[in-house]
Design a protein around this ligand. Structure first.
Ligand SMILES: Cc1ncc(COP(=O)(O)O)c(C=O)c1O
Length: 388
């Protein structure tokens, strides 16, 4: 067979695809409970689903405006004001994207030149490496270390050099579940200003916070003008398949991202945009109820993992929990995950896939808890078998 793929494709194949595919295939082959992939097994609020159906029936089925429909952009601006006190112009400072995935890719492509450096934390969401590679830029990673997933401030300072263009921050953070605290945000903000960096923040888990509070980096002094804030309705409302995301920031930066988006997807998800516009207007209690449900699931799975003998790093946000497998007699998280379905009928993901420095994450494994309660209870029962 001919192999016409470019060298770039070769590099992108390295970014996690293999292990994720391997774990999903394993889940299918063994019929194990899949706590590897992070998507909910139930739908979000029914009125949002109904709003999408109503939008289709009402004929919202052709190309929407490139920047997103006005009602959704207004709802996104109102959301930033309501939850964070950030004033946003819905006409120039908001762009609707095909999920956060497109927002991230378009932002990095729009802001980075070939040879620029992008500083981010590891472990990191796999799209970051691919997006930076697509832009011809280079990533410099700073390690978050358990149990608190703190970073060494000196390491971050050392990672920033003359070629650094962009700082990429994900909080609440996948895969660790860390919510960056006020001192860390202040430190990152100070460095961004001192070195005159652009910043992209990935805040898709902004409403899935159980301990502490999510603060958008863009709300810190001196940050608005240099920061693109990216989020998505997929995680907040459990409609990951709809791919409605957004980018918020100063007009010139948003305009740059829009230019790239025009040639990636042009527009996206007309009826879903109408539905998410309604969803964003749900009262605070509904947002809190989604987080409360996940908090209880976090507690259930963490207790089960703890009882099974893992060292558990309890997450403050997101729907992922990470464990150290060494107390179970191995330091190889990848091999552990390959054996787990046969040992007890559960699938998890080895964290090593999220690292540039594999030695930092070799012994770590990620589980998700965005599944129905009975599924998690069964997983916990199965995991108990590991204790022998
Ligand atoms: C940190 C992070 N960013 C972005 C995304 C993608 O978001 P979307 O589905 O809105 O494209 C995910 C999905 O898993 C994620 O975990």
């Amino acid at each position: 067979m001919r192999e016409d793929a470019s060298p770039l494709v070769g590099r992108m194949r390295e970014f996690g695809e293999t292990i994720f595919a391997e774990m999903s295939a394993l889940a299918v082959r063994t019929g194990a409970i899949n706590l590897g992939q992070g998507f909910p097994d139930t739908d979000g609020p029914p009125e949002i689903a109904e709003a999408a159906i109503a939008a289709i029936r009402a004929g919202h089925n052709q190309y929407p405006p490139g920047i997103g429909i006005p009602t959704l952009r207004t709802a996104i601006a109102a959301h930033q004001q309501r939850f964070y006190g950030i004033e946003v112009d819905p006409d120039t400072e908001v762009l609707v994207t095909a999920g956060a995935t497109e927002g991230l890719a378009a932002a990095i492509l729009a802001l980075c030149e070939i040879g620029d450096e992008v500083v981010c934390f590891e472990p990191y969401y796999d799209a970051y490496a691919a997006d930076v590679a697509l832009a011809g830029a280079t990533r410099r990673v700073v390690t978050l270390r358990p149990p608190t997933w703190a970073y060494d401030p000196a390491e971050l300072e050392a990672a920033i050099g003359p070629r650094t263009r962009l700082l990429l921050l994900n909080s609440p953070h996948n895969p660790t579940g860390k919510v960056f605290g006020p001192d860390e945000l202040a430190h990152i903000a100070r460095l961004a200003v001192e070195h005159d960096l652009l910043v992209v923040t990935d805040e898709v888990y902004e409403h899935l916070v159980f301990d502490g509070r999510h603060v958008p980096l863009a709300s810190l002094p001196g940050l608005w003008d240099r920061t693109l804030t990216i989020s998505s309705a997929g995680k907040t409302f459990s409609f990951t398949g709809w791919k409605i995301g957004w980018v918020v920031g100063p007009a010139p930066l948003v305009a740059a991202v829009r230019t790239v988006k025009q040639f990636l997807t042009y527009v996206n998800g007309a009826p879903f945009q109408h539905a998410i516009a309604e969803g964003l207007g749900l009262p605070d209690e509904r947002y809190a109820a989604l987080a409360d449900d996940l908090r209880a699931k976090r507690d259930l799975l963490c207790a089960g993992l703890d009882a099974a003998g893992f060292a558990v790093f309890r997450p403050a946000g997101t729907y992922f929990v990470n464990v150290d497998v060494r107390p179970l007699g191995t330091a190889d998280g990848h091999r552990f995950c390959l054996e787990l379905p046969d040992r007890c009928g559960v699938v998890a993901v080895p964290d090593v896939v999220f690292y540039d420095h594999p030695e930092e994450g070799r012994h770590l494994v990620r589980f998700t808890f965005c599944k129905r309660r009975e599924v998690l209870e069964e997983a916990v029962r199965r995991l108990a078998a590991l204790r022998g």
